[in-house]
Structure formats: C-alpha cells, structure tokens
Ligand binder design. Structure first.
Ligand code: HEC
Length: 759
C-alpha cells in the first residue's frame, strides 16, 4: 500500500502530541566546600538552563539526553558524554569548556563558575545526588530506579458499537493484548478485530475491525492516545494499524510487508511506527505519510518483538533465534548489539526510566540489559517458556507462558506473586494501568483478570466478542435469572416479616393491657388516698372539738392547785403564829403565877387572848385548806375525765395520718409502675409500626421484582428468536451483518471495503 488515503493529516497527529516528561524541580543550591557537586542539586539546574532545550527526550540532538546521569553516561551518537573522574576525556566538557567544536551551547559560553561546577562534578565521579558514592570506579551495579510519575489519564473511546465484525463459536488463542497506560482499558486481539474492554469489571467498550487478517502485536502509545495493531495474512500482506483512542476511529495504516507483521510499536511522540516479521527486516514508517523512514537490517531471523523506549530515544528489536538489537530511534543507527539470548525473543519491555530493557525468552528466562553499556544486569528463570512479559511503571515484571500461570518479579528477579492457574499455556499478559490487576490471555481465547494483591481471579473476558443479538439473549436471560432470584430472595423475607409483625402485634396488645391494669390500680389507690385523707381530717376534727374544754379544765385545775398551795402556806403561817402565841402565853403565865403584879396579870391575860385568837385563826386556815383540797381534787378529777375522752381521739387521729401516708406511698409506687407500663406500650407500638413499614417496603419490592420478572420473561423469546435467526445467517465465515445500530468502527471505509471484497 502506498500513502493510504485515509491517513489522518499531520496536524491530527501533532494534536495527539507527545508531552515532554515532567521537569523535575531540583532545588539549585550552591556547591559547598565539603561536598563535591552532584547532578541533582548542582549540575541539573545548569543543564536545564543551557542545554535541555536541545538535549531532552525524543528531541535530543545527536540522541544525547542530558536529563539524567544515566542518559549522559549512555551518551549520544559519539558515545558516553561523560567519563566519570576524567573531565579531559569527557565530550560534555570538551564541547563546553574544552574549546573543542562543535561548541556547546552553540553561539553561547557558559559562565566560568558554572563551567567549574561541571568540571568538579565530572572529576568527583559524576555523582547522581549527595548520597551517591560516584560512578567513576563502579563496575556493573544496578542504577537506582525511581518510578517516574504517571503519564496522567488516557482516553477511553465512547459510543462505539459493541457489534463484532466476525463471529465464531470457537475461539482462537489470545495472540496479543495491551492495556492503556493511563486508563482502565484493555485491548484484546481476536480474529480480524480488536475487542476493547474496561478493567477490572470487563465491561465491553467497543469492537474495532481489522479486516486485514490476524493480529500479532497490540500496544498503546505512551500517552494512551493511540492503539496500534500489527498483523496481516501469512505470505500475503502485513501492516500496522493505528486507532485514535478518543474516538475509536482509524488514524492510519502503515507498512506493506510481504508477510504478516509479528511485531509493531509506535514511538512515544506518535511520529513513527516500527514493525517487523518473517521478512527479517525491521522497518520504521512515518505515521503522517506512511513513508518508509529507514530499514534495520541486522536481524537474521523473523523479527518477533519491537518496543520503543519510553523516552523515545531508543528502539529495541528481537528475533526468533535470539538476536537482540537496540537502535537510535530517530536515526536507525545501531546503539547496542546485545549478546544473543539463544532462543526466541517472545517479548520486550522497557523500564519506565528507559535505562533497562527486559527480554522475555522462550527458554524460560527473563534477561535485563542496561542501556548505559549494553551489559546484562540480571537474568532469571521465570517460566519453562516465557511467552509474554509486561513491566509496570513501578518496575514490577509480569511473565507467563508454558507454565500456565502468571508470575510477578521485582527488578532483582525475585518472585513476588504467583497468580491462579489458567487452563493451558498463556499467550499474552498485561498489567492494568494502576498496577493493581494482572491480565493473562490464554490459548483458550480467554483473558483472566487477577487482582495482584490477593492473586485472586476477578473476572474472565472472551477474546471473541459476542454479537449484540447474543448479548441481548444473555442479558435477557440474566435479567430473568436476576429477577427470579430476587423473587426467591424476597418471598420468604415477606413471610418472615409478616410473622414478625404479628409477633409485634401480640407484644403491643400485652403491653397495652398491662398499661390498663396499672392505670386502674393507680386510680384505685388514688381513691383510697382520698378516703384516708377524709378519715384523718375527721379524726383531727374530733380532737379539735374536745380541745377548748380540755384547755379550760387544765387552766382551772392549775388555778385550784395554786389556791391549794396558798391555803397550805397560810395554814403553816398561822400555825407558826399560834405556836409563838402559845409560847408567849405560857411565858406570861409563868411570870404572873404567884405574883400580884397587875401588869404581869394584864400581860398574862393579853397573852391568853392573843393565843386564843391565834388558835382561832389556825382553825380557820385549817378549814380553808380542807376546802381548797376538796376543790383541787374536784378540778383534777374533772380534768382527768376529759383527758380520758381526748386521748383515744388523739390516738385515732395519729393512726389516720399514718394510714394516709402509707396509702400515699402506695399511690406513688403505682403511678411509677403506670409510667413504666406506658413507656413499654409506646415502645411496643413503635416496634410494631416499624415492622409494618418494613413489611410494606418488602412487599413493594417483591411486587416490583415479580413485575420485572414477568417483563423479562416476556422479552426473552424475541431476543432468542433474533439470535437464532442471526446464527442461521452467519453462513459466510462468521461475518456479522451490521445490526442497524450506529457503529463508529463499522463506519470505517476499510471495514466497508473488506466487507465488499471479503467473499
Ligand atoms: C541550540 C541547540 C543546542 C543547545 C542549547 C545545546 N546543544 Fe549540544 N548539540 C546540539 C547539536 C545540533 C549537536 C550536534 C552537533 C553536531 O553533531 O555537529 C549537539 C551535540 C552535543 C554533544 C555531542 C553529542 C554526541 O554524542 O555527538 C554534546 C556532548 C552536547 N551537544 C552537549 C551540550 C551541552 C552540555 C549543552 C549545554 C551546555 C548543549 N549541548 C546545548 C545542539 C544544542
């Protein structure tokens, strides 16, 4: 094929353009006396300012990328740019400070102090960073690998037809598979088509036609914007086809090989495609025009693998008898002829920093070569025959092959995980963009998706996509199954819920009747308290009625007692007076006896009169005392009589108070019990309401499920008839007639052309 008419204009390709890698932001600190300069802190800022514009990534002049020590040591077309420890032999120095031509940077001179930093850095061993011991004296050591940041999200085409272009009952092996570097998307090769599926759920995204034959190599471009398939028909024609992953449309077809293409890869900037096959010549074509850029002719056997380095500087190719070459991507000049690996190179993968190439070999080994000097860094047995290999951005290797299971290995070749077995040898592998899933494609035509963390199988995808009619039948059957299961799940739940509702009903009734009982009890106790209170009031009244009279009698009794005391005192006084009068009389008597003294006689007669008077007074006081005693006695006895009346009433009043207090205590206990019962009844009511609501909801779900089941059962026969009809009409080698739906892929002229000449 000459320049294909369908080719996207160059502008379209530029629009997909390769974005230069993120510029690492290294702080530029002054060189300290103690520490010799290192690349990260001292040299990179200088090179970034003066050199990166021409010496970075795919645009590097003379293939010299100055963005890392490794790249500098790998050098450009004149070999390593720096000889650690010897600035005089270092090309980088010769052209910048050494006065040799071509002077770098062209037409400008680096300031003296910056030149001094470059020189000191080279002489101190070209250290990567402050912790680096210097690479000057170093033999074969593994350069530290820091995974670069991810390229960012990649597109997933939308609205593609899911209708395959070919269909057959049987499935061939998964001949090729690729995952997008920035999206949950996997492309799986099938007979004359590519099936796009989302990971990890295996949801179909679309089918792309490859009418040109069998696909042997699939890959996404570094940005994920282009999907490339290499393939064709044996001893007839080989080519590579690129699709735009934003739209699913074909972008270009390149190559016109006399035999099918076995290996194909697209440069990270989308500008060129390298391909090869049984013709033994690897050819690089420009995607914009389809023109052949150059041929790589060193291989002596079928070319079986080809991969550009992620930085776009190098291209690696491998062949059926173990020949292995690394080329300058932009010039086609040989960069390394790696030592032959002795058996078929089945797969190639680059480490994300482009410094290490991993080679999968049919003898079961994986060999890692470093680009710095083309030497083997490591080799290890990964399988009895490695048929496929992938390398994650983080540096995890995934291999599979004859041993019928995927295995992961770290950069040192240590086995990390062994995935579940697949039936028969594995023909393709890929790691998902986020590194969480490993996809293993087998000779049985199925791709199995394993979760790396657990090693467990998460899903299986057919490489051979099914037709929309068949999908409709499957979907209709799944629908029937789903709703049947849903009905089966819900029916017993509804029954259970009914039972539990009647349980809650009973609980509620019991709680209500307890509440009523308690209420009645509380009421009765209230009545009792009222009665007791009335009784107590009556008893108090009875006491109060007697109280004034009792008070009067008490007072009177006290008065009488006082009077009695007064009478006693008076009697005592008059007795004393009597005694004195009697004494005076007897004294006067004695004096007057025998004497005629008239005075003495007078005095005796007076004393006699006084004594008689005192005796009379004493008699009167004695009588008064007797009277007072009688009155006091009377008052006492009258009081006692009243107290005898009052005391029982007081006792009765006290008893009534006590009885009231206990009735009141009973009442408040009963009220508390009522409150409890009320709360319990409320809770029971809420529980019953909730159960009723659940039942309503479940019953609603069940109804809905039954309706959906009926609908699904009704829809199924039509889908089945359509699928049967399609199967009858799939006569001509599995070609599927477009089912009328919109189909981006089928709109491709190539697919149409294939359809008209396919018979
Ligand atoms: C304006 C673009 C430009 C800038 C800036 C530039 N170079 Fe160059 N450089 C070139 C070109 C063009 C060549 C190829 C010259 C030739 O082969 O004649 C080259 C070649 C080289 C080479 C030889 C590579 C090889 O293997 O052949 C070295 C080393 C080099 N440059 C170092 C530097 C350094 C260091 C700086 C910054 C201080 C720098 N260049 C800045 C354009 C540039």
């Amino acid at each position: 094929m000459q320049t294909p008419p369908l080719l996207a204009p160059a502008a379209g390709l530029i629009a997909l353009g390769f974005l230069a890698g993120p510029a690492a932001a290294a702080a530029s600190e002054p060189v300290t006396q103690d520490d010799p300069p290192n690349y990260a802190e001292d040299v990179k800022p200088i090179l970034r300012e003066w050199c990166f514009s021409c010496h970075r990534g795919s645009r590097a002049k003379n293939g010299l990328d100055l963005r890392s020590v490794k790249a500098i040591l790998a050098g450009g077309s004149s070999g390593p740019a720096v000889v650690p420890g010897d600035h005089g032999s270092s090309l980088l120095w010769k052209l910048t400070g050494g006065g040799e031509e071509p002077h770098m940077p062209p037409d400008e001179d680096l300031p003296e102090d910056e030149l001094a930093v470059l020189r000191a850095w080279i002489d101190a061993g070209a250290r990567v960073d402050a912790t680096d011991e210097g690479s000057g004296a170093v033999g074969v050591v593994e350069a530290a690998f820091v995974p670069p940041p991810s390229a960012g999200p990649a597109p997933i085409p939308e609205g593609l037809s899911l209708q395959p272009f070919w269909w057959s009952e049987t499935m061939g092996p998964v001949t090729a598979m690729a995952t997008s570097p920035g999206a949950p998307l996997v492309a799986i090769a099938a007979h004359r088509q590519v099936s796009l599926v989302r990971t990890p759920g295996a949801k179909p995204v679309g089918v792309l036609a490859f009418e040109e034959g069998q696909i042997h190599d699939l890959s996404f471009s570094a940005s994920g914007a282009v999907l490339l398939a290499g393939g064709g028909r044996g001893a007839d024609r080989g080519l590579a086809v690129g699709w735009d992953m934003n739209t699913g449309a074909r972008l270009f077809e390149v190559g016109d090989e006399p035999d099918q293409v076995l290996a194909a890869h697209i440069h990270p900037d989308h500008g060129m495609v390298a391909l090869g096959g049984p013709d033994r010549v690897a050819r690089v074509h420009l995607t914009a025009t389809g023109d052949l850029a150059f041929e790589l002719t060193a291989h002596t056997d079928w070319i079986t693998a080809a991969r550009y380095s992620p930085d776009g500087v190098l291209l690696a190719t491998g062949d059926r008898s173990g020949g292995l070459f690394v080329w300058e991507a932009h010039t086609g000049r040989e960069f390394h002829a790696l030592p032959p690996v002795g058996a078929r190179v089945t797969s190639l993968a680059w480490r994300a920093d482009s410094n290490v190439l991993a080679v999968g070999i049919e003898d079961g080994r994986v060999r890692l070569f470093r680009m710095e000097d083309g030497r083997e860094q490591r080799a290890f047995q990964a399988d009895s025959a490695v048929l496929a290999l992938d390398l994650s951005r983080e540096g995890l290797l995934l291999t599979a092959g004859r041993d019928a299971r995927g295995r992961t290995h770290d950069q040192q070749g240590r086995r990390q995980a062994e995935l579940g077995a697949v039936p028969g040898p594995a023909s393709a592998v890929a790691l998902s963009h986020d590194g969480r899933h490993a996809l293993v494609g087998g000779f049985d035509g199925r791709v199995r998706i394993f979760e790396l963390a657990s090693g467990e199988l998460r899903g299986t995808v057919r490489s051979n996509p099914i037709t929309e009619e068949q999908r409709a039948v499957n979907a209709a059957r799944a629908e029937v199954r789903t709703w049947m299961a849903e009905e089966e799940r819900l029916a017993p739940l509804v029954e259970q819920q009914r039972a539990s509702l009647s349980g809650t009903d009973a609980t509620l009734a019991a709680a209500r009747s307890t509440e009523e009982e308690r209420r009645a009890d509380a009421e009765a106790r209230g009545v009792e308290v009222e009665a007791r209170r009335a009784a107590r009031d009556r008893a108090r009244q009875a006491v109060r009625e007697l109280e004034p009279e009792a008070q009067g009698r008490r007072t009177l009794e006290a008065e009488r007692r006082e009077a009695l005391d007064g009478a006693r005192a008076r009697l005592a006084a008059s007795r004393e007076a009597l005694d004195a009068a009697l004494a005076a009389e007897s004294e006067a008597e004695a004096k007057a006896l025998g004497s005629n003294d008239a005075d003495l006689v007078k005095a005796r007669d007076l004393a006699r009169t006084l004594a008689r008077g005192a005796a009379a007074e004493a008699r009167i006081a004695g009588e008064e005392l007797a009277a007072a005693e009688i009155e006091a006695l009377t008052a006492s006895s009258r009081l006692a009589a009243w107290v005898a009346l009052l005391e029982p009433r007081q006792k009765a009043a006290e008893d009534a108070s006590t009885a009231l207090a206990s009735a009141e205590a009973d009442l408040s206990a009963s009220r508390a019990a009522l409150q409890e019962a009320t709360a319990a009844a409320e809770a029971a009511r809420a529980a019953r309401d909730a159960a009723a609501a659940t039942l309503t909801a479940l019953a609603g779900d069940l109804d809905a499920a039954s309706t959906r089941l009926a609908q699904a059962q009704e829809a199924l026969p039509a889908a089945e008839v359509a699928w049967e009809e399609q199967q009858r009409s799939l006569g001509e080698r599995g070609r599927v007639r477009p089912s009328g739906g919109t189909s981006v892929g089928a709109a491709s002229p190539a697919a149409e052309a294939g359809a008209s000449t396919g018979g």
